[in-house]
Design a protein around this ligand. Structure first.
Ligand SMILES: Nc1ncnc2c1ncn2[C@@H]1O[C@H](COP(=O)(O)OP(=O)(O)OP(=O)(O)O)[C@@H](O)[C@H]1O
Ligand SMILES: [Mg+2]
Length: 269
């Protein structure tokens, strides 16, 4: 299948900074793929996310979306339509005066039918539990509500590649569960996703995991392979699922325990 998204030896240095933000990252994505990028604080996850959507241009290397390069300003408009980003800190992202206008904002560039815009906005308000807040100001929302609004903004546009930067931060357990399922549904619609986080538990269904340390990819493979790599995970500053750690304490084979249900089943055996 065609690779529609390519990172080719991508590096980025922040102006004036001696530390490399991202160093020689390579990745090729087919449609409908779920990639997880794991790393400690400051390892370069958000920098890589900004490079993937064209907000930052590589210092060296290339980011290609269907052959279009983020280095070319006249190709960026097309790239912005294909790649949607849910920011780690959504505050700076909002442009409209109400929640419903915020969701409608991007949709208005896609369709002129006001009935269709209304339908999409109402659908996303309901999907993300924001209907009662539709006339609220985006900046007045709680941290978790802002996160939901930034997800709704991107869902309304249905980009081919969705980047989610720590999407579950600030969400309560019920909402976390709902959002995890929604994000995983993307794959069934043929959309691809890159999920940036420091916790493996969130991304056990990923097709491939990349681990970043100091801007470099130091390991890549299947998420289940990481379950037995406790020492490396500690050194890399990433967290393994709590159930895996408990299983190890109890002397249960940690390589098959990735969540509470699997732990309970193993205990009943
Ligand atoms: N605007 C900036 N100017 C200079 N350096 C920056 C800037 N933004 C980030 N950095 C540096 O680049 C490195 C990577 O930062 P980045 O935000 O990508 O990390 P991260 O993995 O997303 O961390 P976190 O888990 O805390 O969100 C850090 O050392 C950070 O201090
Ligand atoms: Mg970050």
């Amino acid at each position: 299948m065609a690779r529609f998204f390519i990172l080719e030896d991508v590096s980025y240095c922040y102006p004036g900074s001696e530390k490399t933000g991202v160093c020689q990252v390579n990745l090729e994505l087919e449609p409908g793929t779920f990639i997880a990028v794991l790393g400690a604080n400051g390892s370069g996850k958000s920098t890589l996310a900004r490079l993937c959507c064209g907000l930052l241009k590589p210092t060296t290397g290339r980011v290609l979306v269907e052959g279009y390069s983020t280095a070319n300003d006249d190709e960026l408009k097309y790239i912005y339509q294909q790649v949607g980003m849910v920011f780690q800190h959504p505050d700076n992202q909002f442009v409209a005066s109400t929640v419903e206008r915020e969701i409608a904002f991007g949709v208005e560039n896609r369709t002129r039918s006001s009935r269709e815009i209304r339908r999409i906005v109402d659908e996303e308000l309901a999907r993300f539990g924001l209907t009662a807040l539709k006339t609220a100001q985006p900046h007045s929302l709680s941290g978790g509500e802002k996160r939901l609004l930034s997800l709704a903004d991107i869902w309304a546009l249905k980009p081919k590649l969705v980047l989610v930067d720590e999407p579950l931060a600030m969400l309560d357990p019920g909402t976390k569960h709902r959002i995890t399922r929604l994000i995983q549904d993307l794959k069934t619609h043929g959309q691809s996703m890159i999920w940036f986080t420091h916790g493996l538990a969130e991304v056990m269904t990923a097709d491939q995991v990349l681990v970043m340390v100091d801007g470099r990819v130091v390991w890549r493979g299947r998420p289940t392979a990481l379950l037995t790599m406790a020492e490396e995970a500690r050194a890399w500053g990433i967290s393994l699922p709590p159930a895996t750690e408990v299983a190890a304490e109890l002397g249960i084979d940690r390589s098959v325990i990735a969540n509470e249900n699997e732990l309970v089943a193993a205990l009943w055996k």
